[in-house]
Design a protein around this ligand. Structure first.
Ligand code: ZN
Length: 134
């Protein structure tokens, strides 16, 4: 079994060797959807996935698109935008549910009452409470 930390470190080292950090970032940043569409065109068996990628070097999740095959293996054409180069454990698929930023209730995308930036609310009442006007 490969040690996860070792794998991660190895990926980050490789990423630094491939090119300038900023080059990789700018080359792939914001192109994840576009590159996925191109990959699916080449290989129609792949499924488009939307979700988040947790980048340990930045300690945060990024909104992201990638592909998976029927076995669930990840094929991420823009994985080089992340220093960890796409470690499968850090992908989190969007399952169609959000949590209300005020009351934590689970809401489906089509039932979202209102949204502001990365905050979503089940209702306008919750939104109002959250920003302190109710
Ligand atoms: Zn709510």
């Amino acid at each position: 079994m490969v040690d996860q930390n070792f794998l991660l470190l190895n990926n980050i080292m490789k990423w630094k060797l491939i090119g300038n950090d900023m080059d990789n970032y700018l080359k792939y940043r914001g192109k994840c959807r576009e590159l996925c569409d191109a990959l699916i065109k080449e290989n129609p068996d792949l499924i488009l996935v939307r979700g988040w990628y947790y980048e340990p070097l930045w300690s945060r999740e990024e909104q992201h698109w990638w592909c998976k095959d029927k076995e669930g293996n990840i094929h991420d054409p823009s994985h080089l935008q992340f220093p960890s180069c796409g470690v499968s454990e850090f992908y989190r698929e969007f399952k169609g549910l959000f949590n209300c930023s005020n009351c934590d209730k689970e809401v489906k995308e089509e039932d979202i009452g209102s949204a502001e930036g990365r905050y979503v609310f089940c209702s306008h009442k919750c939104h109002g409470k959250f920003i302190g006007v109710l």
